[in-house]
Design a protein around this ligand. Structure first.
Ligand SMILES: *Cc1c(COP(=O)(O)O)cnc(C)c1O
Length: 366
């Protein structure tokens, strides 16, 4: 049992609200794929899946093990595995997960497995690289992909997709539109020779916000479900889903000139009251937030983090805050605080959320 008093509360109603916000942006025929990789962006993928499973067409995870966890929790919704490995093919099929096949190595391996099993019309997804240069076939692979696919009735292409490189960057609009156009061209070629028309999709959260014309058959929304639109106007219409809380373990009164924490990084300029909190960099608090950069909220007042962030603890200045040992501490309970933490730690909300370690207990509020 995890008795760590530092907890991450997941707001089920907020997730539903955010999902509804994005579904409202969609054409009636466009389906929703909810991205729940990386523990549901640091929340709890199983709980998130249970909350929204009846309102989405698909779930997406990065790795096979993440999909297996959903199946073992009883989730029956189709699940796309975005980044499967050849070593996982057998467990992918046993758990009825749908692999993204992104190069000839994994395509051939899957077709061989499907032939030997044998599988019939097993749903697979084909990804094309249109400029992110991360995963996916190139447009000039189409001919060879079709040769492989047309020989096989062991698999059926459920969708053809691609991923945008800069859907949230206004200056990259030309590049993005070019990606979308290249994708549409690839799809046309695939449709012409495949003999049937799989679903197609290219938009992530920022894509839905900025390129509504490219919704096609489905969109893949991740960060938006968790309250961030990568855009202040959108984020303002979303609800906060993650609240990170802890308590005060101990208070100390120190004299002017005394120091706090490792390397004596904080030196008291006056008599100071400090609070020690059971949360540190091993829980997901960046060391960049130490030394009066980051803060927590205690009894509605900001308490700056003083000294270096330790692995398991931080110390905060509560000189002017009325508080006692055991009082509740809010690390964040609003998107703006997460954005501030991300900015100060030189990262993005995605990393702040997914960086909350598995030591922190997750609690779902319905
Ligand atoms: C993570 C991911 C998404 C979701 O992106 P968000 O910006 O979080 O909406 C969509 N598609 C792919 C391929 C991804 O890897």
């Amino acid at each position: 049992m995890n008795n760590h008093v530092t907890v991450l509360e997941i707001d089920a109603k907020a997730i539903k609200h955010n999902l509804a916000f994005f579904k409202k942006q969609l054409q009636p025929t466009t389906k929703m794929m909810a991205v729940v990789k990386a523990f549901g962006y640091g929340s709890d993928s199983i709980e998130v899946a249970k909350i929204i499973k009846d309102d989405v067409a698909y779930f997406a995870v990065a790795y096979a093990a993440e999909g297996i966890a959903l199946r073992e929790a009883g989730i029956e919704t189709p699940i796309l595995v975005l980044h499967p490995q050849i070593a996982n093919i057998d467990s992918i099929v046993k758990h009825r997960l749908e692999p993204n096949l992104y190069n000839f190595k994994i395509l051939s391996a899957f077709l061989k497995y499907a032939d030997e099993a044998p599988l019939m019309n097993y749903p697979i997804h084909i990804k094309f690289n249109t400029g992110l240069n991360r995963l996916g076939f190139w447009h000039n692979d189409i001919g060879n992909i079709l040769v492989d696919l047309k020989k096989s009735n062991n698999v059926k292409v459920q969708s053809i997709f691609s991923h945008l490189a800069a859907s949230n960057v206004a200056e990259e609009q030309d590049f993005t539109i070019n990606q979308i156009n290249n994708f549409a061209f690839i799809v046309k070629e695939m449709y012409k020779h495949l003999g049937y028309e799989p679903m197609i999709h290219i938009l992530n959260t920022s894509g839905v916000v900025n390129y509504a014309q490219a919704q096609f058959d489905m969109v893949r929304v991740g960060i938006g479900l968790y309250g961030f639109g990568n855009n202040p106007e959108v984020t303002a219409q979303l609800k906060n889903t993650h609240t990170l809380k802890t308590i005060i373990s101990q208070l100390h009164l120190i004299e002017q000139g005394e120091t706090v924490g490792y390397n004596r990084a904080f030196v008291a300029k006056r008599p100071t009251k400090t609070a020690t909190l059971p949360i540190g960099h091993a829980d997901g608090i960046s060391r960049k937030l130490g030394n009066e950069v980051g803060f927590v909220v205690i009894n509605n007042q900001k308490a700056m983090i003083i000294g270096n962030v330790c692995m398991d603890m931080i110390m905060v200045d509560v000189t002017n805050i009325e508080c006692k040992e055991g009082d509740e501490v809010i690390v964040f309970n609003h998107q703006q605080i997460v954005e501030y933490m991300a900015y100060k730690a030189e990262t993005i909300p995605y990393e702040v959320l997914t960086g909350i370690s598995q030591r922190v207990k997750r609690i779902v509020k319905h």
